[in-house]
Design a protein around this ligand. Structure first.
Ligand SMILES: *Cc1c(COP(=O)(O)O)cnc(C)c1O
Length: 407
């Protein structure tokens, strides 16, 4: 496994929850980390259990989400897209959040938690740079020191985001190991955390990693689903038939789905990166085409070979180009509550273009996968659909220009 595993710590506990913070999701989750991190994960669990019940933390977070991030984000009836599909579709506009995507919800919540825990130094890691920018933004906001680990190959490919992080006062720590991308950056961040755990908080950017991170990130992202459910009821007087979100590590999807889990009439669909197609082996569909295995500290559904060696993921979209997924999604798949589907790079690119032309919204390539699934999945009922548009596409223009130019 990549860097973080070391056997039996993950088997400890066995209980589903610690202090009411979920540790296991069915058989998935846990803590497959070096022993020295267990105390820090316990401390974080306790801090989160306390903070999420504390009015002073909640009020401060609510104020920042409102005045700094720009929440609530609108729920928008996409009329021309609806006409094209023959049914009403609402878009939850996370693209309108500050920094252009949902990742800031989690980054601000965790930075506020770090400050409350007395940790003035934040470590993070980034592949495409989106989470690094969100973490750097939250740290500038709260006056925290910020170090973002990034592979040198990713630094080359994502130079504008390196510039953004530096402008925001973060140190971008170059990682030269291996393929010089996200996997190596995560390992470097964890090594730093092991050394500096007393003074540093590690902000993980998706609903992945050892407990309590999957629960912590889910709790911070459920603002998406809480708002959307209330806005949908206000607009339509009934719940949507289908709720759709894209799945990389799974944070925008789990945050969208959680408030609907007990609404049994609502179908939940997570859309993964199908890359060149599942049969090609070049994709990022860890739920549709993965196996049970350990990656970055948790047991989940991952892309790996029969020996548990992690395979490379492939996707046109950097945010979905990850060989793992949050453990709660693996559980929701197994119990049949959420359906996971994959769409290809080509389908996502076509959907990217279609939404721009139909709605005047340039979506990120990640939620373009969710749009693509919707475009090819008509449903005949009186109901309507709700789709989380997790971010805007400005960051993807170069990639899309190259790919569409190819055609
Ligand atoms: C990072 C990113 C994703 C994928 O991350 P999740 O944790 O699966 O939400 C999706 N959409 C956008 C816009 C992103 O930046």
């Amino acid at each position: 496994m990549s860097g973080v595993a070391s056997g039996p710590a993950g088997a400890a506990g066995g209980a589903g929850a610690t202090l009411g913070v979920d540790e296991r999701f069915g058989p998935y989750g846990g803590r497959f980390v070096p022993e020295v991190l267990i105390a820090a994960l316990d401390e974080l669990t306790a801090a989160w259990a306390e903070a999420r019940e504390d009015a002073s933390y909640r009020d401060e977070l609510a104020r920042l989400l409102r005045d700094f991030v720009g929440r609530p984000t609108p729920l928008y009836l996409a009329e021309r897209l609806s006409l094209r599909l023959g049914r009403r579709v609402y878009l939850k506009r996370e693209d309108l959040a500050h920094t252009g995507a949902h990742k800031v919800n989690n980054a601000v919540g965790q930075a506020l938690l770090a400050r409350r825990m007395g940790k003035r130094r934040v470590i993070s890691e980034t592949g495409a740079g989106q989470h690094g920018v969100a973490a750097a933004t939250a740290c500038a906001l709260l006056g925290l020191e910020c170090v973002v680990f990034m592979g040198t190959e990713d630094m080359r490919r994502q130079a504008p985001n390196v510039d953004r992080m530096r402008l925001l006062g973060a140190e971008v720590a170059a990682v030269e190991a291996g393929a010089r991308t996200l996997k190596e950056a995560v390992s470097a961040a964890i090594r730093d955390w092991v050394t500096n755990v007393a003074t540093s908080h590690y902000i993980i950017g998706s609903a992945v990693g050892p407990a309590p991170y999957p629960a912590l990130v889910r709790d911070l992202q459920r603002v998406i689903g809480d708002e959307a459910r209330e806005q949908a009821l206000a607009a339509e007087d009934e719940l949507p038939s289908r709720v759709i979100a894209c799945v990389g590590g799974g944070s925008n999807a789990i945050g969208t789905f959680v408030p609907f889990l007990d609404d049994h009439g609502v179908e939940l669909i997570g859309v993964e990166a199908g890359g060149d197609g599942l049969e090609s082996g070049r994709h990022g569909a860890s739920l549709s085409a993965g196996r049970t295995g350990v990656l970055h500290g948790a047991l989940s559904s991952v892309l790996c070979d029969a020996d548990g060696q992690i395979l490379e993921a492939h996707s046109v979209s950097a945010g979905l180009d990850y060989p793992g997924v949050g453990p709660e999604h693996a559980h929701l798949r197994d119990i049949g509550r959420v359906r996971y589907e994959a769409v290809t790079d080509a389908e996502a690119l076509a959907a990217f273009r279609e939404l721009a032309l139909l709605e005047g919204i340039i979506p990120a390539l990640e939620p373009s996968h969710a749009i693509a699934w919707l475009l090819k999945s008509p449903r005949e009922d009186e109901g309507y659909d709700l789709l989380t548009l997790s971010g805007r596409g400005d960051k993807d223009l170069a990639e899309v220009g190259e790919r569409l130019g190819d055609d």
